[in-house]
Design a protein around this ligand. Structure first.
Ligand SMILES: CC(C)(COP(=O)(O)OP(=O)(O)OC[C@H]1O[C@@H](n2cnc3c(N)ncnc32)[C@H](O)[C@@H]1OP(=O)(O)O)[C@@H](O)C(=O)NCCC(=O)NCCS
Length: 172
């Protein structure tokens, strides 16, 4: 399947209780792959997957589905705590990487942030997380060292052709 066809097969959805078991397996795959070093927004446990399925609040969590299976998990956090600038995080299933899904999920999250009124998005990334650093820089994030080994990045969001709002039934 070509990269474009793969991306056209993607859907986005919220984290529903019906996906809890699958999300727990997704978290376990990240842990098995050693990704917790770079991706630790919260514990990557079954209990946390259950909590995510029940979450109600202003922060935003989403699942990227490829052929109705979880291929990615993304979030915008900080609104619950009263920040105007949300912090973005994302992970793609280890078996699905290198095919453009991370970039698609990032674009989706940026569009979701804009739709929710954010003017700027923030993130932190480990300097050694080379793939993520490259992805964020390629999207225009300005990354600067915040603490030793950790970069902080900001992106000012703009409306317009560069900001895709998905129309194929996806909730942005
Ligand atoms: C970072 C991550 C989300 C990238 O997802 P992905 O689906 O593999 O990324 P894509 O295929 O969309 O690649 C997009 C861009 O990322 C960069 N990139 C991704 N993986 C890379 C790698 N292994 N080496 C170098 N660059 C890489 C490239 O710039 C690439 O663009 P290009 O293909 O035009 O060169 C994924 O590796 C991941 O989930 N990592 C574990 C969790 C994590 O670290 N999240 C970020 C925390 S801050």
């Amino acid at each position: 399947m070509s990269g474009q066809a793969r991306r056209q097969a993607l859907e986005y959805t919220g984290v529903t209780p019906s996906r809890t078991g699958e999300l727990a397996r997704f978290f376990a795959a990240l842990v098995d792959n050693g990704d917790e070093v770079f991706f630790h927004p919260h514990p990557l446990t079954h209990e946390q997957a259950v909590q995510q399925g029940q979450y109600q609040g202003r922060d935003f969590y989403c699942l990227q589905l490829f052929r109705d299976r979880i291929s990615g998990y993304g979030m915008l956090r900080g609104w619950d705590e009263g920040f105007a600038v949300p912090s973005l995080g994302l992970a793609i299933h280890p078996r699905q990487r290198g095919r453009g899904l991370g970039r698609d999920l990032l674009l989706f999250l940026l569009a979701a942030a804009r739709r929710r009124g954010a003017e700027t998005v923030r993130l932190t990334v480990h300097r050694e997380n080379h793939g993520a650093v490259r992805l964020y820089r390629s999207m225009g994030f300005l990354l600067q060292e915040k603490t030793p080994g950790v970069l902080e990045g900001f992106l000012v969001l703009q409306d317009g052709p560069g900001m895709p709002y998905r129309k194929n039934g996806a909730r942005v």
